[in-house]
Every structure is written in structure tokens, then in C-alpha cells.
Ligand binder design. Structure first.
Ligand code: SF4
Length: 270
């Protein structure tokens, strides 16, 4: 179990299941979702996609402990008040996690948007200090993104900012689109994006029966008028959280958790 100032491993049932396979250990960063920090919005599509009420950040331990919510708000405020300092803190944290994984003999995986939807690939440069054996050769290396700074780490996220799927993302960053029917314009746009880019799309189902009803031939998500409908195999996305190892071109079926079970916004299907 790794405990950093921003990221931590071993606190998520799904990543623990995946980590048990012994190849990867996964650390996640949890910020205060949407505009909960009071300083800015880390989920630009949350209102459109209707996901804030059922947001996973309100499930599990965060639903019970104010201290967890407060810690997430404090981290998010650091992000908004000084981006460069925040990125420096993140670099130090991931470096420590990489060392921890080396000692354990596992590969590091990091999910930065545990409860946020920040576009880390743009406008988030960072600096890493290269420390060769001779101290006088120590130097600063500047990187366009955290993904470029840590090629040894497998990063992944879910996103509702569907335009990100059209970008040329670094090879060590895997993005899964997130579906919602709360807003038909959003639904159609995300389905169109999945069809055009081949990106995987995660769908939150109310229960197992709902998910099984659309297997194995796949459901017809999307709007027939747009010409973009999604007929795909549904895989069990709750088995592990290692989205980077999913086959390409599938629907990642998840079950509703916490308050999301009662969601009627259209975020949860079925
Ligand atoms: S579900 Fe994702 S995008 Fe929506 S509020 Fe939560 S973290 Fe933000």
C-alpha cells in the first residue's frame, strides 16, 4: 500500500482486485469533484452529463468521513492556487510511487482523475530532476505533460470530455469515454466520438440484470437520427480497474455504486 500526499494505492476494491494479479500496482488521485472545492471546476462536463449527484466521490468512505472530503478539497485548492507547485508535488509523489513499485517488483499504474476530469495532456507541463551518479551532472528536465515525464508509468482515466479522444495521446495514457443519457446532445456526441475514434466507452448500469440484457450482441446506444449507434460487446468493467488492458472497441460495463444506484438523471442506464 502506497500513501503519498496526492496519490495512493490499496484503497479501491477494484484496483486491489487487479493488483492481486501481481503485475501492476495502481495508485489513484482523488480530488474534490466538479466545483466542490469552491475555487474552480475540475469536471467541465459534469453538469451536461448529469453525473455530479451520483458521483462516485460520494460513494464509499468519502460518503461517511468528512475528513476525506476535506482532504480532497484541500488538494484541489492547492491545484487551483498554484499549478506549478501542484505539478512539482505530483512529480515527487509519482517518483516515490515508482520507487515503491520497484522495491515490490511490480509495474506502476496511475489514475489521476479518480474523482475529477482534468485534461492533463494539455497545459500541465512539469519539471523532473534527473539525478545521475555524479551530483554535478544533476539537471532539470522539462516535459510537456506528466505522461512524458514518466514513460515508465502506465496512466489511465475515464473521461466525459469526449474531445480528448480525438487527440494524439501519449502511448502510456489510456482514456475510456464515459456514457450518460442525462443529456441527449451529450449522449449523441459521446457515441459519435466512440464510433469515430474506436475508443472504449464505459456505461454505468443499474444492476447486473440490466447489463446482461445487452450482452452479448451489444446494445444500441445513441440516436438513430445522427447515424451514430453503438453495437459492441459489453465486458465486465468491475472485474478490475485496469482499463489500459481492455480490448479496444468495447463497452465497459460498470454497476452503479453508492447514491448512483438511485440515480434517475440518465447517468445510470436501466
Ligand atoms: S462522475 Fe466524473 S465527471 Fe462526473 S462529477 Fe464525478 S468525477 Fe466529475
Amino acid at each position: 500500500m502506497y500513501r503519498g500526499t496526492l496519490i495512493r494505492s490499496g484503497g479501491n476494491a477494484k484496483t486491489i482486485k487487479g493488483d492481486k494479479a501481481g503485475e501492476y500496482e495502481t495508485a489513484i488521485m482523488y480530488l474534490a469533484p466538479a466545483a466542490q472545492s469552491g475555487m474552480g471546476n475540475v469536471c467541465p462536463m459534469a453538469a451536461t452529463a448529469g453525473c455530479e449527484m451520483g458521483c462516485l466521490s460520494k460513494a464509499g468512505r468519502a460518503a461517511i468521513f468528512n475528513s476525506i472530503v476535506n482532504a480532497r478539497i484541500a488538494k484541489t485548492r492547492r491545484y487551483f492556487s498554484n499549478r506549478a507547485a501542484f505539478m512539482a508535488e505530483l512529480v515527487k509523489d509519482i517518483e516515490a510511487f515508482v520507487r515503491y513499485c520497484e522495491r515490490k517488483g511490480v509495474k506502476p499504474a496511475v489514475r489521476l482523475n479518480g474523482t475529477s476530469d482534468i485534461q492533463w495532456e494539455v497545459a500541465h507541463p512539469c519539471v523532473r530532476y534527473i539525478k545521475p551518479k555524479h551530483p554535478q551532472q544533476e539537471r532539470e528536465a522539462h516535459y510537456a505533460s506528466i505522461f512524458h515525464a514518466f514513460p515508465e508509468v502506465q496512466f489511465y482515466d475515464y473521461t466525459k470530455v469526449y474531445k480528448r479522444a480525438y487527440r494524439s495521446l501519449p502511448a502510456n495514457y489510456s482514456l475510456t469515454l464515459s456514457y450518460s443519457e442525462a443529456n441527449f446532445a451529450y449522449r449523441d456526441a459521446v457515441v459519435k466520438t466512440a464510433v469515430e475514434t474506436g475508443a472504449n466507452i464505459a456505461v454505468v448500469y443499474r444492476n447486473k440484470a440490466t447489463r446482461n440484457n445487452v450482452m452479448p450482441s451489444g446494445d444500441a446506444f445513441g440516436n438513430i437520427e445522427t447515424g451514430f449507434r453503438l453495437y459492441r460487446e459489453v465486458i465486465d468493467g468491475d472485474e478490475t480497474d485496469m482499463r489500459f488492458s481492455d480490448p479496444r472497441g468495447v463497452i465497459v460495463g460498470l454497476y452503479a455504486k453508492g447514491p448512483a444506484k438511485r440515480d434517475t438523471s440518465g447517468f445510470v442506464v436501466g
